[in-house]
Design a binder for this molecule. Structure first.
Ligand code: COA
Length: 535
């Protein structure tokens, strides 16, 4: 394979200015993330620790193999919503390794409103189960939750992808042979009681864990019966009388150790044999991405410069280099894993779509995972392109992206606008994981374009009524749209609403992708659904 040669002068004003601005962006990102990971409710933390419980991320650290990474997902969920009272939406999810096996962890944070569920908590829980299903990963639920956050019940209870979906998913996962283990480390009330009840094996902590369909106050109100929480659904009772739980633990540490023992005794699974090469660092350092990451989306960045700082040895076997230059396609390795990379290098034209679709089919037949590096303003518009059938050619790319059977991963490194988001494996196209860089922007079109469209629509409406549209009013409307798109297009707005699996440090891109690829090997890659057809 060829080694990419960077044409960037890392001492140039352009590079240094970009880096300076990006450093500021990174410092905001790191501060925000730190604040979220520390939590906001000191009293709740104190109360939690006094009870002899461990904090949620400490529980996870104990559960995972020493010196292995934890890929935390959507850590900034619910940020800038609910007056920031729900850091990480009160639940920690991610991929970690237990006895050498990648697993999904779903862990309530009881210091966030009693570990209760708002809309984003539900989305995170369901997304984690989805990742477990797509990659055939065992799932560990560390339960410590008061169930639904009652003031928000209408947004979390009855719909298809609301609270009830957890148990539907658990049933489906069980039927597919995906191991599920619950560790009940606190409250587990009402519908939540099905989490441990539907797991393969359940561990419960003495004096802390409770499982009941209705707590003592509800029992009193409904039947007049006086009963303590321990008697109704405590650990001693469930492990000796009801059999709802299987293992009694004396504290959090013991419970986690029992869970690790369960994994130790599980048969090892044969992973999909994706040939792995020796890991090589990129020749160009990953932190140079700060000087290159697109901050001004109007300024083109050669995708090869980004690829050179992400892939092993900066080597890249480019495919169709001379054809349709606004998309870069080619083969590389990430932490030793072979990947096919599709990276935007400008607007998508007809031939761009055909080149990408052709490349997707190659990866599909060669069983090579795909990595999409999104930096796309959209498809080319205009009479000439519509006449040539850009919609038909774009459809081929969308079709190929939707149907490809190999795992695909998406990183939004710049803009993600309009149908370009679809064609480049946006959220709706089920990439196994989708991450954003802090500078990324996402919306149906750019703010300028949206403002232009809306001003024109309004002008036409007023014209039909014979009314004027004074410049001042036009400017006001335009500015309000620009402000809205600026806010709603930010990576933080997206990640708060679970449109992605998290914002990542660009320098971590290769590690994050490698963890995703390693996880995807727990399931056989599907067979291609289409023949190779050149488009
Ligand atoms: N809905 C909304 N808010 C809830 C809640 C719920 N289901 N459960 C707890 N909270 C809130 C509390 O109001 C409190 O908020 P505040 O900090 O703003 O005052 C915070 O979560 C912590 O609750 P608190 O009771 O002080 O903490 P705790 O650690 O002693 O107990 C629980 C936590 C979850 C065991 C306990 O609050 C409880 O039993 N909640 C009700 C559970 C329930 O019946 N759920 C059924 C819903 S399906």
């Amino acid at each position: 394979m060829n080694q990419l040669e960077s044409k960037i002068d890392v001492q140039s004003d352009d590079f240094l200015n970009n880096k300076k601005s990006y450093d500021k962006l990174m410092s905001v990102y790191r501060d925000r993330l730190k604040g979220i990971l520390e939590g906001v409710d000191e009293k709740a933390k104190e109360r939690h620790l006094k009870r002899g419980k461990l904090l949620v991320r400490d529980r996870i650290e104990l559960l995972l193999d020493k010196n292995t990474p934890f890929l935390e997902l959507s850590a900034m969920a619910a940020c800038d919503q609910y007056e920031n009272q729900f850091p990480s939406a009160g639940i920690v999810t991610g991929i970690g390794v237990i006895h050498g096996r990648e697993c999904i962890i779903v862990a309530n944070d009881a210091t966030v409103k009693g570990g209760t569920y708002i809309k984003e908590t539900i989305k995170k829980h369901i997304r984690a189960q989805e990742i477990a299903m797509e990659n055939h990963l065992p799932c560990i639920y560390m339960v410590d939750s008061g169930g639904v956050f009652l003031p928000e019940q209408s947004k979390v209870f009855p719909d298809k992808y609301d609270f009830g979906r957890f148990f539907f998913n658990q049933s489906k996962m069980s039927a597919r042979g995906i191991p599920q283990i619950s560790i009940v480390m606190g409250s587990c009330t009402a519908g939540g009681a099905y989490v441990p009840a539907m797991s393969d094996e359940t561990i419960i902590v003495r004096g802390q864990g409770t499982i009941f369909i209705g707590g003592p106050p509800l029992v009193k109100a409904a039947t007049g019966e006086d009963v303590s929480a321990e008697e109704l659904g405590g650990a001693e009772m469930h492990t000796s009388i009801s059999g709802v739980a299987d293992h009694l633990a004396k504290d959090d540490r013991h419970a986690v150790q029992i869970c690790r023992n369960i994994f130790e005794s599980m048969p090892k699974v044969q992973k999909y044999n994706l040939e792995r090469a020796e890991v090589l660092e990129p020749v160009y350092p990953a932190n140079e991405l700060y000087g290159l990451a697109p901050l001004d989306l109007k300024k083109p960045v050669d995708a090869r410069e980004l690829i050179a700082r992400i892939v092993d040895g900066s080597t890249f076997q480019e495919f169709k280099e001379r054809y349709a230059p606004t998309i870069v396609t080619g083969f590389a390795k990430i932490m030793g894993f072979p990947v096919g990379i599709i990276a935007n290098n400008g607007i998508i034209f007809s031939e761009t779509s055909l080149k990408a679709a052709h490349f997707i089919e190659l990866c599909s037949f060669r069983k090579i995972p795909l990595v999409f590096l999104q930096n796309i303003t959209g498809f080319m518009v205009g009479k000439e392109y519509e006449h040539k059938g850009i919609a038909r050619d774009g459809a081929k790319m969308v079709h190929a992206v939707a149907n490809v059977q190999v795992p695909k991963f998406t990183v939004i490194v710049g803009g993600s606008f309009g149908a370009g988001n679809y064609a480049m494996a946006g959220r709706a196209y089920e990439p196994r994981l989708l991450f954003m860089w802090p500078n990324a922007k996402i919306s149906v079109m750019g703010g300028e374009q949206a403002a232009g469209v809306l001003v024109q629509v309004k002008e036409q409406q007023l014209q039909m009524r014979g009314e004027e549209f004074p410049q001042e009013e036009q400017d006001k409307l335009k500015q309000s749209i620009l402000d809205k798109y600026e806010k709603e297009g930010s990576a933080y707005f997206s990640t708060s609403r679970l449109w992605d699996d998290g914002i990542i440090d660009p320098a971590d891109t290769r590690k994050v992708l490698a963890m995703g690829i390693a996880s995807s090997l727990n399931k056989e890659f599907g067979k291609p659904d289409f023949g190779v057809f050149r488009m």
